[in-house]
Design a protein around this ligand. Structure first.
Ligand SMILES: Cc1cc2nc3c(=O)[nH]c(=O)nc-3n(C[C@H](O)[C@H](O)[C@H](O)COP(=O)(O)O)c2cc1C
Length: 198
C-alpha cells in the first residue's frame, strides 16, 4: 500500500473551499484502493510553538552531541519530518493568506524541511531526498489571480517541493473564488474528476 499524506492548512473547517476540494481528491485517490491516508491539520496543530532556541540548535547539531533538552525539543520535528518523508503521495490544501501560505503551513514546512531527512547538503549545494513522489497542490484564493506577480503561493510551493526532491507536482487552482464561488468550485471539482491518478 502507498501512503497518502493530506495536509490541510485553512483555519476554516466548515466552509473551507480548499478542504472541500481536498475531500474530493482524497476520495478519488482512495478509490484506487492502493493508498492509506494520514492527515495533518497544520493550522490547528499549534506548530509554531514547536520551534524554539533548542529545537533549531538541534537541527544543526549531530545527534550524538545533542543535549537532552535539544533532543526533546526536536522530537516533534523528527516525527513530522519522518512522516512526511515516508509518504508516497501528498495532497496539500492551500489557501492564500495575504499573498502567501497560511502561518500554519509555513510553520509545518519549517519543521519538515530537515537536513538528513528531507534533503542533504552536498558539495554542489542542497539535494532533495524525496525523489519519485507525487504531490497534488490545491490552491484557493479570494481575489488574487494565481500566476500573477503577487502570487507568492504557487512559486513557494514549487520551490519547497523541488527543494526536498519532489518534482512531480499537479496544481489544482481554484483562484478568485469571490468572483463566482459556485462556478469556480464546480470547475475545480471537474478538473479533479478529470485527473488521471495512478
Ligand atoms: C486573513 C485572510 C487573508 C487572505 N488573503 C488573501 C489574499 O492575499 N489574496 C486572496 O486572493 N485571498 C485572500 N484571502 C481569501 C482566501 O484565500 C479565500 O477565502 C480562500 O477560499 C481561503 O481558503 P479556504 O476556503 O480553504 O479557507 C484571505 C482570507 C483571509 C481570512
Amino acid at each position: 500500500m502507498k501512503k497518502l499524506l493530506r495536509i490541510d492548512s485553512s483555519p476554516r473547517k466548515n466552509s473551507s473551499i480548499s478542504r472541500q476540494l481536498a475531500d474530493v481528491l482524497q476520495e478519488k485517490i482512495e478509490n484506487l484502493g492502493n493508498h492509506t491516508t494520514v492527515s495533518r491539520d497544520v493550522y490547528y496543530d499549534d506548530l509554531i510553538k514547536l520551534g524554539n532556541e533548542d529545537s533549531v540548535t538541534a537541527y544543526f547539531t549531530p545527534v550524538n552531541q545533542q543535549t537532552e533538552i535539544q533532543r526533546e525539543a526536536i522530537t516533534a520535528s523528527n516525527t513530522l519530518a519522518t512522516e512526511f518523508a515516508d509518504a508516497d503521495t501528498y495532497l496539500f490544501a492551500v489557501p492564500m493568506y495575504n499573498f502567501g501560505v497560511t502561518a500554519g503551513l509555513k510553520a509545518y514546512i519549517d519543521l519538515i524541511a530537515r537536513a538528513g531527512i528531507s534533503f542533504k547538503y552536498t558539495e554542489n549545494g542542497p539535494e532533495g531526498l524525496l525523489k519519485g513522489k507525487k504531490a497534488y497542490v490545491i490552491i484557493t484564493t479570494g481575489g488574487t489571480k494565481l500566476g500573477t506577480e503577487v502570487d507568492y503561493v504557487s512559486g513557494y510551493m514549487t520551490t519547497f517541493l523541488n527543494f526536498v526532491g519532489i518534482t512531480d507536482i499537479e496544481f489544482i487552482n481554484s483562484d478568485q473564488v469571490m468572483v463566482n464561488a459556485e462556478k469556480i468550485l464546480s470547475d475545480a471539482k471537474e478538473e479533479i474528476n478529470e485527473l488521471i491518478i495512478k
